[in-house]
Design a binder for this molecule. Structure first.
Ligand SMILES: [Zn+2]
Length: 70
């Protein structure tokens, strides 16, 4: 799967997309990330990763999404 984030905008504020969390396109704004997390009902693992200064990468999201649904 190849995604060009530059082709997308944040679902919440309309700024350029920087991250994908729970299949939502969001920018770097923590508020938008939080909204996406709440919307998807996720466990917040990505916020923890973000807080640790690690990048959020689609491959990780794919794997976690699979685990989450199993
Ligand atoms: Zn945003």
């Amino acid at each position: 799967m190849v995604l060009n984030l530059e082709d997308y905008t944040c679902e919440y504020c309309g700024k350029p997309c920087k991250n994908i969390v729970y299949a939502a396109f969001v920018c770097d704004d923590p508020e938008c990330l939080e909204k996406a997390r709440i919307d998807r009902g996720g466990p917040g693992g990505h916020m923890k990763r973000k807080a640790e200064g690690k990048p959020i990468i689609p491959e990780d999201l794919e794997e976690e999404a699979r685990n989450f649904h199993n």
